[in-house]
Design a protein around this ligand. Structure first.
Ligand code: PHE
Length: 345
């Protein structure tokens, strides 16, 4: 029996050495150490031994069992270590490999110009306000002193959704909404960027959808000179410190007096070129002193309060700033066009 045990031990050790994976190891365990394994069957046979031999053989069997168990644990640990090593090897990251470039988007040129305009006016103490693109006739026209059948409605060909609801033709309705919300309190200092819509045939300089930034200031003793100062400061921050502005009389129903504002042509710095049609000036803004009737309709006492408003076209400014010669480029999202704004400021 002693020999049998010795043989079993050697055979088990040999086979254990050959195990290369956890499943083989498990099979091995079942075969030699399991309940129906070979050691157990030897133990069962002990009943036939004489009482004197039993403890001796029992001792031997236990020795073999613990030797096998110990060997099993070592082997298992070894296999685990190997598996981990292989895994680490397979998953190794080569940090010397060059990185893969992830394409990064750029801010759309129109948004870029809007942000720039916003930054300038925020620096001057303005707040940014917003309003709906689908407007009522009242806010878009009536409350801005443009009653029904007023010829000024022709200035802005309108997309009507119903008789009373329309796509706003300018951002000026936000003036009225802001004044109403402020309920007669001052100061009011807002700019409002947003999309506007007009029935227009699209071409290189016209689009049925475009973007405006509206400005409004209302307080005690606001004068035309304040308007001029703010717009000059804006022009210089936007287009350069050498900029001049020029005010020309104009007409808007919601401002009185009204003016159109030119800035020094940024292409020729005022010398005259094709872009400014050899005048040295470029028109970028409509503006004026808020009409007393607009203030009254929105709940402001026009004897106590005065204000100015202005509106500018963002596309036009972006076209001048970046030398874009067709307004439609801004809307078709051609990546070849947009990409060019990646590194410009
Ligand atoms: N709302 C005018 C337009 O779209 C621009 C403007 C705004 C003029 C504010 C004067 C004051 O043409």
């Amino acid at each position: 029996m002693k020999e049998q045990l010795q043989k079993l031990r050697e055979q088990a050790m040999d086979e254990l050495a050959k195990c290369e994976a956890q499943n083989e190891l498990t099979e091995w365990k079942v075969q030699y150490l399991g309940k129906k394994g070979e050691l157990t069957s030897i133990l069962r046979g002990m009943g036939q031994l004489s009482p004197e031999k039993r403890p001796l053989v029992g001792q031997l069997v236990n020795d073999v069992r613990s030797a096998l168990e110990h060997a099993y644990e070592q082997k298992e640990a070894e296999l685990k270590r190997k598996a981990l090593e292989e895994k680490l090897k397979a998953e190794a990251i080569d940090v010397t490999l060059p990185g893969r470039m992830v394409p990064v988007g750029v801010v759309h040129p129109l948004n870029r110009v809007i942000r720039e305009i916003e930054d300038i006016f925020i620096g001057l103490g303005f707040e940014v306000a917003e309003g709906p693109e689908v407007e009522t006739d009242y806010y878009n026209f009536e409350a801005l002193n443009i009653p029904k059948n007023h010829p000024a409605r022709d200035m802005q060909d309108t997309f009507y959704l119903t008789e009373e609801i329309l796509m706003r033709t300018h951002t000026s309705p936000v003036q009225v909404r802001t004044l109403e919300a402020k309920k007669g309190t001052v100061p009011v200092r807002i700019i409002c960027p947003g999309r506007v819509y007009r029935r227009d045939d699209d071409d290189a300089t016209h689009s049925h959808l475009f973007t405006q930034v509206e400005g409004l200031v209302v307080d005690r003793q606001i004068r035309m000179s304040d308007l001029k100062g703010i717009l000059l400061t804006f022009a210089r921050q936007m287009f350069g410190p050498e900029q001049q502005i020029r005010l020309r009389p104009s007409y808007f129903p919601f401002t009185e007096p009204s003016t159109e504002v030119d800035v020094t042509c940024m292409a020729c710095r005022g010398d005259g070129c094709r872009i400014c049609k050899h005048t040295g000036w470029i028109e970028i803004l409509g503006a004026g002193m808020v009409h007393p009737r607009v203030l009254e309709m929105a709940g402001y006492d026009s004897e106590t309060y005065t204000g100015f408003a202005f509106g500018m076209g963002v596309e036009r400014i972006a076209m001048l700033k970046y030398g874009v010669d067709d307004i439609r480029y801004f809307y078709v999202n051609d990546v070849r066009f947009l990409k060019q704004f990646a590194s410009r400021s």
